[in-house]
Design a protein around this ligand. Structure first.
Ligand SMILES: [Zn+2]
Length: 69
């Protein structure tokens, strides 16, 4: 299923996070310890029209998130 820009309805392009660690994620837990810490990796999607960036959890990562206790 294509992801569409919430601002202008243009089809979003999947991108990759560039930075010190190359990725980041989300978790229901608020633990500050990142080593051995389980989280769901977020993927950025960029609108080529207006530049809006949205983050999504891919299917597998979303499952991981939903299964978190
Ligand atoms: Zn847009």
């Amino acid at each position: 299923m294509d992801k569409v820009c919430g601002k202008c309805n243009t089809k979003l392009i999947k991108a990759h996070i560039k930075g010190l660690h190359g990725e980041f994620g989300v978790s229901k837990k608020s633990s500050g310890i990142f080593v051995g810490f389980s989280y769901s990796k977020a993927s950025p999607y960029v609108c080529p029209n207006c530049g809006y960036v949205e983050f999504y959890l891919e299917e597998k990562e979303l499952e991981k998130f939903n299964n978190e206790q």
